[in-house]
Write a protein that binds this ligand. Sequence first.
Ligand code: PNS
Length: 168
Amino acid sequence: MLEVRAIYPGSFDPITNGHVDIIQRGLRVFDRILVAVLENPKKSPLFTTKERVSMIQEIFAREEKVEVQAFDGLLVDFARARKTPVVIRGLRAISDFEYEFQMALMNRNLAPDIETFFMMPNVNYSFLSSNMVREVAALGGSVEGFVPELVVRRLRDKIQGSKKVQNS
Ligand code: PNS
């Protein structure tokens, strides 16, 4: 039988429980999910591409239907190169819609053979973003329950590390 593969692209700086929820939901619909981590030096991410990829790999270590890879350039080129005709994007709230709509239609113009699927995360995560997680963690707040345990620890290490550099 033909395997239906989907690509789930994002910055994942860091991956949150909202992203994990979308991947788990996606696995109910698609046979394999390729999580595509954007290499984006312009955004100066908190975690390096390698760190972001390895966190997601560790979280899904036991899920053989999930693969993680970094990409740069156009998403549709990467999706085509990996023979993955479906793009999954999460929609948390109406405020996400305009950007996502523009991106999906731009991608359709660039590659009419690639289809975007929108999925809604559990409502508990509808306010959650990697941005907010980074900010709360940097200011000493708790992000337990918002990101996987492994990410809580990596955030702590990263923030303590950057404080040591500042104080030295
Ligand atoms: O998690 P994010 O930052 O909202 O993800 C955005 C992402 C990575 C999906 C988007 O920026 C992207 O696809 N970038 C690759 C460049 C590209 O293909 N641009 C054209 C479509 S707008």
